[in-house]
Design a protein around this ligand. Structure first.
Ligand code: PLP
Length: 408
């Protein structure tokens, strides 16, 4: 049996469908965000990163680096095992307290990633509710879909952000326990869920709510509690889920909610029980980032300002910026090959790194560039981005809108 052939076929299929992914070999430079070194096939080059999910540059904040180094120097590197075996390192206890406080909840539980927190968190919660029906937004992230699948519960998908459809489905199942699962901020389109209306429906029809705030924690709300904090509905949502890997610049994920619910997940979730805990140094770094962003609004305000400027300048230049209510700036391409080609030219000829977003991350025909301006992208970088993108669009014959008068 030629086993190799199966793997070659699988990879060749991706090449044929123009979906084969190539990762750039990059090295970030602490203190010079968003600049990085690209180890290109032709040698080292300086580039500007325009698609990082370290949205606020906290991964290079002196307080965060300082906390990581100090803790690693004091207690060492790894956690020494699962929490069942090694106990809970103190830095993790402090982190969970910080997270519970951030979301105004009784308790929080940290996992090794946001992906794992959704996968094992949703699966465990839903399994513990007898005969649970899961109502899931059509654009939920793969980690949530996997969690739902692993729960083995019945699930119905409601149209994206469509509360009328959600209500129809809730009304049709009056006597069953129900769990509504959605995100607060959808990262590929940059749109926001109507959380207050979803809470109204959950209360009216007796459903539990689970909201993924991965792309919003640290960035929205007066203390960085996310969209739910911004919209004043944090206390109405049963389980809030987030990551420590994006705006908090570290690694790990978590859920926050009532103490008994969190304790039940802690006691039953395989993705929590059977894996080594986060290293203490990462926990301390994440705690430092969360604490900083609870009191400092500068990063949030400046990031919104930069995102607004990028949207305005690219739109004025005639580039097809897709509508977005948030810090995410998607620019439409609509073809996987051209999307990859545009990104290759931007990197090789302009020193601008933006990862192409192709299927299955977004539906076929909606391929795009996803730009995430940070507080540290200055006016010069933004002008360079617009100029380079315009040149690439013209060279690849990609459609441009009519330029607005402001840009003439
Ligand atoms: N939830 C959503 C909506 C995401 O987009 C992602 C990843 O990007 C995750 C969860 C997983 O989070 P993490 O990267 O911490 O594993």
């Amino acid at each position: 049996m030629d086993y190799n052939k199966f793997f070659d076929i699988a990879v060749n299929r991706l090449h044929d469908e123009r979906r084969y992914r190539v990762f750039a070999d990059l090295e970030r430079i602490a203190g010079r965000f968003p600049h990085a070194v690209w180890h290109s096939p032709k040698g080292e080059r300086n580039v500007a990163i325009w698609c990082s999910n370290d949205y606020l540059g906290m991964g290079q904040h002196p307080k965060v680096i300082g906390a990581m180094v100090e803790t690693a120097t004091r207690v060492g590197t790894g956690a020494g095992g699962t929490r069942n075996i090694a106990g809970t390192n103190h830095a993790l206890i402090q982190l969970e307290r910080e997270l519970a406080d951030l979301h105004g909840k009784e308790a929080a539980l940290v996992f090794t990633s946001g992906y794992v927190s959704n996968q094992t968190g949703i699966a465990t919660l839903a399994k513990l509710i007898p005969n649970c029906l899961i109502l899931s937004d059509a654009l939920n992230h793969n980690s949530m879909i996997e969690g739902i699948r692993q729960s083995g519960c019945e699930r119905i998908v409601f149209r994206h952000n469509d509360v009328a459809h959600l209500e129809e489905l809730l009304r049709a199942h009056p006597d069953r326990p129900k769990l509504i699962v959605c995100e607060s901020l959808y990262s590929m389109d940059g749109d926001i869920a109507p959380l207050a209306k979803i809470c109204d429906l959950a209360e009216k029809y007796g459903a539990m709510t689970y909201v993924d705030e991965v792309h919003a924690v640290g960035m929205y709300g007066p203390r960085g509690g996310g969209i739910a904090e911004r919209d004043g509905v944090m206390h109405r949502i049963d389980i809030l889920e987030g990551t420590l890997a994006k705006a908090f610049g570290c690694l790990g994920g978590y859920i926050a909610g009532k103490a008994n619910v969190i304790d039940a997940v802690r006691s039953h979730a395989p993705g929590f029980i059977f894996t080594t805990a986060l290293p203490p140094a990462i926990c301390s770094a994440a705690t430092a980032a969360i604490r900083h962003l609870k009191s400092s609004g500068w990063e949030r305000e400046r990031q919104q300002d930069r995102a607004a400027r990028v949207k305005a300048i690219l739109t004025a230049a005639g580039l097809p910026v897709m509508s977005s209510d948030t810090h995410i700036v998607p620019v439409f391409v609509g073809n996987p090959e051209l999307c990859k080609k545009a990104c290759d030219i931007l990197l090789e000829e302009h020193g601008i790194y933006i990862q192409p977003i192709n299927y299955p991350t977004v539906p076929k025909g909606t391929e795009r560039l996803r730009i995430t301006p940070s507080p540290y992208h200055d006016d010069v970088l933004i002008d360079q981005l617009a100029e380079a993108m315009l040149q690439v669009w013209e060279r690849l014959n990609l459609p441009l809108h009519a330029k607005s008068l402001a840009a003439e």
